[in-house]
Design a protein around this ligand. Structure first.
Ligand code: HEM
Length: 400
């Protein structure tokens, strides 16, 4: 008689091999261990849609004050950045920085984004192929942030290079910082401080002018943001708004090459593009893992999570939960999506979600208009994988 052995589930977000087939691992976690415990790195992980959703809303239990990356969760973070705050401080800071993200301001970026798309893609028409990330997807997001910050056109590329270096990772590194990224962060901070001084003297319509001019109320005292708080927000934008969009565009090129029938639908009917970006966001979340620190005991599915624990909220898994989505592993650009968790939810819901969607739509529409078909060779893809971000640093595409 043969005895069937089932291997235990092992998941950790640092393991590049696991990452290659991570959807299979997450599926097992959702079905067999919806509250998963990793003994090596000592974290819990929630993988079902409802649990992740509730986790984002329950800031009294799941705190952001230890950062949101697994490698920082043991200690409270030293940075007074909006993403690392809990209510009520978080609400005060968020109200202020969200002034820089009003729908009017974001919509006003559209024509600049379209110009950037044209500038990147036009010279590539007629070529036999190009690197969709290196020559396009990684260039647009930092230039857009430079524009939002009101940085002169000829200095935006310098900022883009610093942002790039900030995201530099050493081989096998699980630490957040290395000399290259630390040095680049310091340069961005110093450059932002110089801009802040300038904008205090000569305010404009840009994001920095908005932030230096705004007042917050703390303990019944009104005050302006310090230069350091504004500069830290600029540094946060590099982490939050550059790499994520670049990875979204990497998934766009890869997923549509893998589903040429779906791509054909978009070429025939470009009005489907916004729905396609939503489906790509759901299907391959660029930021699939978000960490939290528990402030009080919590129980789910018969597992007790004590206060003072590290917990990962797995957006990428939640988005493939069949309790929420019909046929979740099928990629369907016409899917009617009511909600997904790619941008988190609740208090910390991504401030740049509308901008990311705008960039995604402009990039995809611009691509399809010039290159209705392309192929990829999966052995040429270069994955980027950190404990929070997932996608590709290089996606060579081959044109027919
Ligand atoms: C596809 C692209 C993007 C993805 C997948 C993404 C994902 C996320 C997620 C999951 C969160 C919640 C983090 C948490 O709860 O701990 C978040 C927050 C945030 N995102 Fe994004 N993001 C994207 C693009 C952007 C862009 C373009 C910007 C700005 C230019 C941006 C700025 C922010 C900020 C400032 C927060 C913190 C909000 C808060 O703490 O209240 N993001 N993002």
């Amino acid at each position: 008689m043969s005895v069937e052995t089932v291997s235990p589930i092992y998941y950790d977000p640092f393991d590049v091999q696991i990452d290659r087939t991570v959807h299979a691992t997450w599926r097992r976690m959702r079905e067999e261990e919806p509250v998963y415990w990793n003994d090596r790195y000592r974290f819990y992980a929630l993988s079902r849609f409802e649990d992740v959703w509730n986790g984002y809303h329950d800031t009294a239990t799941f705190s952001s004050t230890h950062g949101v990356q697994l490698e920082t969760l043991d200690e409270p973070t030293a940075f007074p950045s909006v993403i690392f705050m809990d209510p009520p401080e978080h609400g005060v800071m968020r109200k202020l920085v969200s002034r820089a993200f009003t729908p009017r301001r974001i919509a006003a970026l559209n024509s600049y984004i379209e110009t950037l798309v044209d500038r990147c893609l036009d010279p590539l028409v007629g070529s036999s192929g190009f690197d969709y990330v290196q020559q396009f997807g990684a260039l647009v997001p930092p230039m857009v942030i430079g524009y939002m910050l009101g940085i002169p056109e000829d200095e935006r590329d310098m900022l883009r290079r610093w942002f790039d270096e900030m995201l530099h990772r050493e081989e096998g590194q699980t630490e957040q910082m290395n000399p290259t990224s630390l040095n680049a962060s310091l340069q961005v901070h110093a450059y932002a401080t110089k801009l802040i001084e300038e904008r205090r003297r000569h305010p404009g319509e840009d994001m920095i002018s908005t932030l230096v001019d705004a007042e917050i109320e703390e303990d019944n005292v009104r005050r302006r943001l310090t230069d350091d708080e504004v500069a830290l927000f600029v540094v946060l934008l590099a982490g939050a708004g550059v790499e994520t969009v670049a990875r979204l565009l990497s998934w766009t090129a890869v997923t549509l090459a893998q589903h040429p029938d779906q791509r054909r639908l978009l070429v025939d009917d470009p009005s489907l593009v916004p729905g396609a970006i939503e489906e790509i966001l759901r299907y391959e979340a660029p930021s699939p893992v978000n960490g939290r620190w528990t402030l009080r005991d919590f129980s789910a599915h018969g597992v007790d999570i004590p206060a003072g624990s590290k917990v990962l909220l797995l957006n990428g898994s939640a988005n493939r939960d069949q309790r929420e989505f019909t046929d979740p592993d099928i990629f369907d650009v016409r899917r009617n999506i009511q909600r997904h968790i790619t941008f988190g939810f609740g208090a910390h819901y991504c401030l740049g979600a509308a901008l990311a969607r705008l960039e995604g739509c402009a990039a995809l529409a611009g691509t399809l208009a010039r290159f209705p078909e392309w192929e990829i060779d999966e052995s040429e893809l270069v994955p980027v994988q950190t404990s929070t971000v997932r996608g590709f640093a290089s996606v060579p595409i081959h044109l027919g």
